[in-house]
Structure formats: C-alpha cells, structure tokens
Design a protein around this ligand. Sequence first.
Ligand SMILES: NC(=O)c1ccc[n+]([C@@H]2O[C@H](COP(=O)([O-])OP(=O)(O)OC[C@H]3O[C@@H](n4cnc5c(N)ncnc54)[C@H](OP(=O)(O)O)[C@@H]3O)[C@@H](O)[C@H]2O)c1
Length: 219
Amino acid sequence: MRALVAGATGQTGRRIVEELLAKGITVRAMVRDRTKALSELPEGIDIVEGDVLQPITLRAALTDCQVLLSATGAAPSLDPTGPYKVDYEGNKNLVDAAKAAQVNQFVMVSSMCVSKLFHPLNLFWGILYWKKQAEDYLKQSGIPYTIVRPGGLKNEDNTQAIVMSSADQLFEGSIPRRKVAQVCAEAVTQPSAKNKVVEIITSEGATSQPIEALFASVG
Ligand SMILES: NC(=O)c1ccc[n+]([C@@H]2O[C@H](COP(=O)([O-])OP(=O)(O)OC[C@H]3O[C@@H](n4cnc5c(N)ncnc54)[C@H](OP(=O)(O)O)[C@@H]3O)[C@@H](O)[C@H]2O)c1
C-alpha cells in the first residue's frame, strides 16, 4: 500500500507521515515547498510537489497511491477566503482527484464542532462551516472514508487515553497531534474505520484502549 499525505509539512501531517512509516506503509509526502520538506521530513522519503488549489498537481501526486490522508488547513490570515479555498475547495479537489485515481480510502483530518454554526472558531472566516462542507462532499463521493475530528491540537504528547466518539458528541477537549496521527495511520489498516466520522480527544480519567477497539466501538 502506498499512502499520499497531503499537508505533509504541517504539524499534524508530518506526524502522520512518521506514524505511517512506523507501520511499514510506503508514504509519499505531498508538499508545497520541497526545501521545507527536505529539512523537516524523514530522510529519503518520496516527496511530490502539489497544491490542493491546483487540481492537475493532485492527479500526478496520486499516481500509484491506494490511500490518501489530508491534514491540510488554512493558516490564520486576514484573507477571508482562506478557509473557503483550502479547507473546502482544496479538500474538494482532493476528493475529485482521489475518485479519479480510484483510491481505496480517504482519511480527512477535520475538526470537532464542525456542525456548530455559531461556534467562535467560525469567526475565522467560517472555518468550521467550510470543513463540514468538505466532509459532506467526501461522504457523498462514494470513496470509502474516515473523517477524524480532533479537539484542540497540542504539540506535546501526553500519556492520557484517547476518547473516541461518533459525530457531534464531543464539544470540548484537546488531543496531542501525535495521537491524531496515530489514529489516522491506524485508520488505513482497520476495516472498522471505514465510512466513519470519529471525534477524538484525550482524557485523564478514560481507560486506555487500542485504537482498533476504539474504531470498532464507534457506530
Ligand atoms: N489547531 C487546532 O487546534 C485544530 C483543532 C482541530 C482541527 N484542526 C485541523 O487539523 C488540521 C491539521 O492542523 P495543523 O495545525 O497540524 O495544521 P498546520 O500545521 O497548519 O498544517 C496545515 C498544512 O496544510 C498545508 N496547506 C495549506 N494550504 C495548502 C495548499 N493550498 N495546498 C497544499 N497544502 C496546503 C500547509 O502547507 P505548508 O506546510 O506548505 O504551509 C500545511 O502543511 C487542519 O485541518 C486544522 O484546521 C486544528
């Protein structure tokens, strides 16, 4: 299996690359900036330049890939079209390219609370709204999908257990990017992760379970 990771130089994307490699999965990193990728990604990794706003680059990037993981996201900026372009149009372009390439699975990193229109995060140019539109487009595409909605992302890992729930059940909490990456990497090897929307945080009080069991427990 070869996995294409979009947003591979991002803070979550680079951890997804590492977790896939740790599982022995062949990875191609799709990046906008090859120099940045060469300095930040594991040595020797297959790198392809691509921009989610340029569909032609996506088709080339997906050649010989069976799964696609997207951890792209608009960076905070004064451009009001950022989330519309990157989080919606960009993911939509990825879905179209993945469908054309007949990939077996699309894992999308979305966000907790995407169904809450009046959430304060939507003050960032409607980012949650546009992520939800992208989720819906993926779900309607017919491509087997796993949509991972993390809580607030942290760079420091922790020893807390992952809590996973079905859609629109969790409304607060955070999770280390490392654990989001582990969930995404596990999703491509677990049949029980297919066609699911899962929300994830970590919690001190929760009982630790294998990610495989967490996926199986979510309807
Ligand atoms: N921050 C939070 O607390 C939080 C909570 C829940 C969900 N999320 C979501 O989780 C995801 C990962 O978050 P993160 O903070 O790890 O992300 P990040 O570090 O900001 O990385 C975003 C990635 O998207 C890439 N990207 C942006 N525009 C692109 C384009 N036009 N074409 C190709 N790639 C493009 C960036 O490329 P470059 O490296 O070239 O810039 C970067 O690799 C995002 O979707 C984010 O919205 C975040």
